[in-house]
Design a protein around this ligand. Sequence first.
Ligand SMILES: Cc1cc2nc3c(=O)[nH]c(=O)nc-3n(C[C@H](O)[C@H](O)[C@H](O)COP(=O)(O)O)c2cc1C
Ligand code: SF4
Length: 438
Amino acid sequence: MAFRKIFTQHIQKKTCHTMAFYKQHGGYEQAKAALSKRKKPDTLIDLVKASNLRGRGGAGFPTGVKWGFVPKTTDKPKYLVVNADESEPGTFKDRLIMEKNPHLLLEGILICCKAVGIETAYIYIRGEFVFATERLQKAIDEAYDAGFLGNNALGSGQRIDVTVHRGAGAYICGEETGMLTSLEGDRGNPKLKPPFPAIEGVFGCPTVVNNVETLANLPYILEIGADAYRAIGPENSPGPKLFCVSGHVENPGTFELPMGVPLRTLIDKHAGGVWKGRKLKAVIPGGSSAHVLTADECDVAMDIESLAAAGTMLGSAGVIVMDETTCMVDAMLNVMRFYHHESCGQCTPCREGTGWLAKITHRIAHGEGRMEDLDLIQDVCDRMVGKTICALADAAAFPAESIVKKFKSDFESAIQNGGSPAWKKRHPSVVGGAASHA
Ligand SMILES: Cc1cc2nc3c(=O)[nH]c(=O)nc-3n(C[C@H](O)[C@H](O)[C@H](O)COP(=O)(O)O)c2cc1C
Ligand code: SF4
């Protein structure tokens, strides 16, 4: 079957975000079928399980399996919380769906609500996404006016309400338990798991948390069936996928391609290749939390298993490309400052570890590093990974340990020669890092 784009097929059209346009192109037909009284919720869960759809938010957990964890009978309400926080550096795909194709997300929400028996869905959207919020709210208003949402959604007799909730721009509110805590009105601190949200989520009730892109796959799965869906890309992590390419390429952007596209094809063909005729130096393939790849390691397919086998991860599919002129010390400093700033501070290994990583990298970049710092960075990372409430500590340690290991000579050169090239260019009179950089 030829590959058909489902997220971006019509995004050049001016009215692509409207309900009229969406319906003209077959929109809401799958939700209508799903919400019909004849369709059993379990049939939908089984279909999604059979499709092998895996979460697009970063962890790649099988979506149908996650839905299956939610208790069928409970005296508590069940909730769907859509993760639209999209804060992972290098990631800009969910915003595209919400701005250009918001009804696709709403249709996915309706299907999930029927499958799991949910009446209330929240879309937790990153606060800075003002335009996406407007587009989403407009689409929701259209859906209520048409009777697709509300007390008798699509004439099914089932109540389905959707509310948009704006975050305040904290990365940690993308972590699912941090997001749920924030939605409840508290500081967005993550919580220990178990209990997982499927059992005890928002307001202490069973909750499905799914990413925007994950849910936007559902109408297509219903349309073509599980077998055809599994045939798109590798069977274990199939489907159409949005890849975000940024950094030193001629044509950065979001590209919709089958899962498993070769990384080289993504960079060279779709993103126009490394810019200015330069050579490739490094790629972070799955948002800044992923282990870095050297240019020699880039002959890899962009899917969950292949990238795991290559020692990194698909994550949020935010592909950050760095050319041969990049100083990896400066690149790492940029990333470590981010994680230090975004740590919620609950766990000592994360609060202190991200601070140490940022400080050590800072002193190496600014000409005050020592050779022992390279082992010290690894030691700090070892004390962070797997030792905290949520995975933000791992997200900082993975790029740190891999950048130092794979690009050691950049660090040695900065330590021996008075700082990183960028620092020395900005401060030509400072030799050997004698200045104070508090
Ligand atoms: C620090 C951190 C930040 C995260 N940020 C996001 C995010 O911005 N968007 C997202 O969908 N998932 C994010 N996740 C993953 C979520 O916790 C969760 O796995 C995901 O929303 C589940 O949806 P999915 O199964 O559809 O992928 C983050 C995880 C961590 C540890
Ligand atoms: S790992 Fe970091 S961000 Fe996550 S809960 Fe602990 S301190 Fe907060």
